[in-house]
Design a protein around this ligand. Sequence first.
Ligand code: ADP
Ligand code: MG
Length: 610
Amino acid sequence: MPDIIQLLPDNIANQIAAGEVIQRPASAVKELLENAVDAGATEIQLLIQDAGKALVQVIDNGKGMSENDARMAFERHATSKIRKVEDLFHIQTMGFRGEALASIAAVAQVSMKTKRAEDAMGTYIEIENSTLQRLEPCAAPQGTSISMKHLFFNVPARRNFLKSNTTELRNIIDEFIRVAMPFPSIKFSLSHNGQEMFHLETGSLKQRLVQLLGHNYNAKLVPVQEETDYLTIHGFIGKPDAARKTRGEQYFFVNKRFIKSNYLHHAVMTAFDNLLAKDSYPAYCLFIDLDPAQVDVNVHPTKQEIKFEDERIIYAFVHAAVKHALAQFSIAPSLDFTLNAEIQQLEAVSQPFTSDKKEAASGSSMYQHFTEKNRAHFIEPSVSNKELKSWKSFFEAAPNKEEAPAQFEFEQKAKSPKWILQPGSPLLQSLNTYIIALTNNGFILVHQQLAHERILYERYVQLAHKHQAPTQKSLFPVQMELPPTDAALLVELLPELTLIGFQIEPFGGNSFVIQGTPADVPTGNEKHSIELLLEQFKHFKSDTTFSKREQVIRCMARQQAVKAGQSLSQKEMLTLIEELLNCDTANLTPSGNPTFISFNEAYIDGLFGR
Ligand code: ADP
Ligand code: MG
């Protein structure tokens, strides 16, 4: 019997290997765009025909290749980006495995024109089925243009696996966005069948995000920026009211590489906490940059997962950074102190730093990397003001190993109010709008209207939840005639209105009878408040962020809240503040504005440089 084992011919081995790297046109798009970025291009064009099935072409003005390199580039394991194993831990480029071009050349017809700045002539090369077809000098501008035609022309089984053009194009656009987002200083464009779909000028990261996510995000992005010696996080989160019912605008990048992580997504979502309507997702684009040695990117080439040396610390860091950004954003601009009162009110900061938590945190490899100067955001009175103490929230947030994310202590709601009023001391109303109340540790400055909005909001939420809202029956039921569109809208909202305590009955045509109202709505005012609600609702309506119920509740809370400018008695002020401090999220309105600002001793001392 003869021996039966044989080496596979190169082109077949390459085809098999290519299956790992190139699954669809979008995979080629990703690899070619990343190569252009790695080549230092400042302008990158992506041209697509037939959702990438006919053509994927990337033109860049990067450093180009010599004739030899142009040939070598298509060999398997040919890369200019690493030379030895240690280099794997210092990767600064998007690619490094040297597999992409070889894979593409194994499953498509590839042609490339490339020229370096220092060369008079460029190189033209054609490869098909892993075999060189042509190699000759040519005239070319500096940079590289690669065309990949007829993907899987030689592997019909895989060609048949490709999805509809709509799906494949969607995948291409996703990859395009993921590469373009972290590089706002590179100009990108994308055309499909000759039509330009994206044209991204260079600018700030925020401008790039708005170009990619849509202009409605212009006023809806909150910056995130935290820095330690070990890692930095920066980027933007969308304001809660811009959150959408659908996912898809959530981006994490680690060292500029797009990653997917449900774990880190959870860290962001819980930082938003109850600022978000149920089942809605805030947009975010967060860049985590850390020493490449702390990340294992050497996983499967097309996988977007990534391994961190200590994932729990990254979780805590992302969570705290987003919370901090949200708290900062909710502070009125005139109170924009470097030291943030809001952040000190967060549970994560105000809860005691217990010894086992301390142990867990200091045991982590990352703990050692924090320098004093970067442990910001917290001042302890015993310490001189210039010296910022450890960012407590950060270490407290470091969860114990066994704990699932949902059980982190910093997510639990404080059941007892943290701000205790000084009993018996008088309350001051300033400008008929602000209430000053002494606490056991300083004072709080309360905005009466925003505070009342929070109180009513939580009350309505509870009522709607219990399905048995108390109604005050009108002695004289009020009849109401509405224009047809308003009538239709009211009918649509009746179930939600009933939930919070309205009793409204259709009375034929466009007429209704109001039989009862929620306990807070003053009688005699019911007709007006329904009309107001309908009016506000019309503005909300295009907004798909919130459920109908949530919108009704928010409208009602805003509408019924006591207004700024109204003088209040001691008793009214006391009730208001006591109820506020008993709220689950006392310090923010439903849309995320502060309801009060706490001036505790440490904070006031800080303001005076003490
Ligand atoms: P990797 O990017 O992992 O190194 P690739 O197969 O994607 O592997 O590319 C192989 C090599 O070809 C790269 O290391 C680089 O030297 C060169 N190369 C690829 N694309 C370009 C480009 N657009 N401009 C300049 N050089 C390129
Ligand atoms: Mg590459």
